[in-house]
Write a protein that binds this ligand. Structure first.
Ligand SMILES: Cc1cc2nc3c(=O)[nH]c(=O)nc-3n(C[C@H](O)[C@H](O)[C@H](O)COP(=O)(O)OP(=O)(O)OC[C@H]3O[C@@H](n4cnc5c(N)ncnc54)[C@H](O)[C@@H]3O)c2cc1C
Length: 395
């Protein structure tokens, strides 16, 4: 049976994910009385499943350029005041082994569970109280204080921190609570949508490339302001892999992805130099591309022919297509497959130094619920740590 108990504290943090635990621990260690409310029964599930179980917990090269937001400068202050080095120092204090995989991405040597235990231990050091699992029935402002109603009783506090994350992977606890809460208190919300997400292909493209599921191609993909050189991976439903996950954050539906299939190679020279050869086009391309993909691509261009049967003009045309192959996705694979949610609480209503709502006293938004979305590669956790720390120092 649940015991109902009304309590008072200084700070209520709603959501015990990466940002919520960092904020609660930081505030608790400053001597603030903190209560952390989490509705999901298992602590830190998203941290546990991240980075293939080893959590890519930061990126040593983190900077504002690695984030998408309606206000690209918003993340600058929090990132500068709690940096990847600060988080690494914490990880080292807990003697958690880590390594750099590539491009500045730091992963745990053993398991992401070490990080969850570290964050829980920091909360314990800060004497943080918990209600978990415990849903929030409603939040109201009463007589200059906050009242957070839960089935376990109400909590009164000076400050409420919303750390409920985005909409990805609902089966492990994601809810739109943060956006509803923002709207309830007059904060604008930038329409959320899945990001760092595999993209679906329409039936005609799937008929051509669906059989390549599992084949990876090193490409440079561009869309809008985004451009990434990484692997593209074919799947049964469309395309994925780091290149596609990254560019998905810049794809708003409708526009094609423009893909250089031979980055760093002069495609025109490659083809024209072989114009008298008996070799087929797909064999020539297979020197630089996976063979099955080269065949499928050449078939789509109706050019599975010996090089010497292709006129020079046609070869130049094909080179242009190799440099700028266009692929028009039919949609994303949704919040179940996405790593993050783009959009969220509009930063124009939030202080970049403290994460406090500018028009509502004592209300804070941190982590993924805010309209700040990192690239793939540890940036999203760094934002959770930095924004959680910024609020934790102020509440
Ligand atoms: C599969 C996967 C892999 C990822 N890998 C990486 C990676 O390697 N590196 C990286 O940087 N990023 C990664 N990410 C992104 C990263 O996990 C998130 O950006 C980060 O966890 C956001 O932290 P947060 O604290 O803001 O939100 P979350 O970690 O989502 O935490 C929000 C918490 O709030 C709780 N909550 C929600 N609604 C309520 C409610 N109504 N009442 C009470 N509690 C509530 C949730 O249960 C959850 O515990 C990955 C994401 C996924 C899905």
């Amino acid at each position: 049976m649940t015991t109902r108990r009304d309590v008072r504290c200084d700070v209520v943090v709603i959501g015990a994910g990466a940002a919520g635990m960092m904020c609660a621990a930081t505030a608790g260690l400053r001597g603030r009385r903190v209560l952390l409310i989490e509705h999901y029964p298992i602590l830190g599930e998203k941290i546990r499943i991240s980075g293939g179980g080893r959590c890519n917990f930061t990126n040593v090269n983190t900077g504002p350029a690695n984030f998408l937001s309606q206000n690209p400068d918003f993340c600058r202050s929090a990132l500068a005041r709690f940096t990847p080095h600060d988080f690494v120092a914490l990880v080292e204090r807990y003697r958690i082994g880590y390594h750099e995989k590539k491009l500045g991405q730091l992963f745990c040597d053993d398991t992401a569970r070490d990080l969850i235990a570290m964050l829980k231990a920091e909360c314990d050091r800060g004497h943080v109280d918990w209600r978990m699992p415990c849903p929030v029935d409603g939040v109201t402002r009463e007589g200059g204080a906050w009242r957070v109603a839960t089935p376990m009783g109400a909590v009164r506090a000076e400050s409420v921190v919303v750390a409920t994350g985005g909409l990805t992977v609902p089966k492990i606890g994601a809810t739109p609570f943060g956006y509803r809460m923002a709207e309830q208190f007059g904060q604008a919300v930038v329409a959320p949508r899945p990001a760092l997400v595999p993209l679906a292909l329409p039936p005609d493209a799937l008929a051509r490339y669906g059989e390549l599921a599992g084949v990876a191609v090193d490409v440079e993909v561009a869309c809008g302001q985004g451009r990434f050189r990484e692997n593209l991976l074919f799947t049964h439903r469309g395309v994925s892999g780091p290149a596609i996950l990254q560019i998905s954050s810049y794809w708003s539906g409708g526009e094609p992805l423009v893909i250089d299939l031979l980055p760093g190679i002069d495609a025109e020279r490659l083809l024209v130099d072989e114009r008298t050869s008996d070799a087929r086009l797909d064999s020539v391309l297979a020197r630089h591309l996976p063979q099955r993909f080269a065949q499928a691509w050449c078939a789509a261009q109706e050019s599975v022919l010996p090089m010497k049967q292709l006129a020079e003009k046609r070869l130049r045309e094909l080179a242009t297509r190799l440099r700028a192959w266009t692929l028009l996705p039919s949609g994303t694979q949704g919040y179940n497959k996405a790593e993050v949610t783009l959009g969220g609480v509009d930063t124009r209503g939030v202080s970049s130094k403290t994460m406090a709502a500018t028009n509502v006293a004592g209300l804070y938004f941190i982590g993924e619920v805010v309209d700040v979305t990192g690239w793939l590669g540890g940036y999203n956790f760094q934002w959770a740590w930095s924004s959680g720390h910024a609020a934790g120092m102020h509440v």
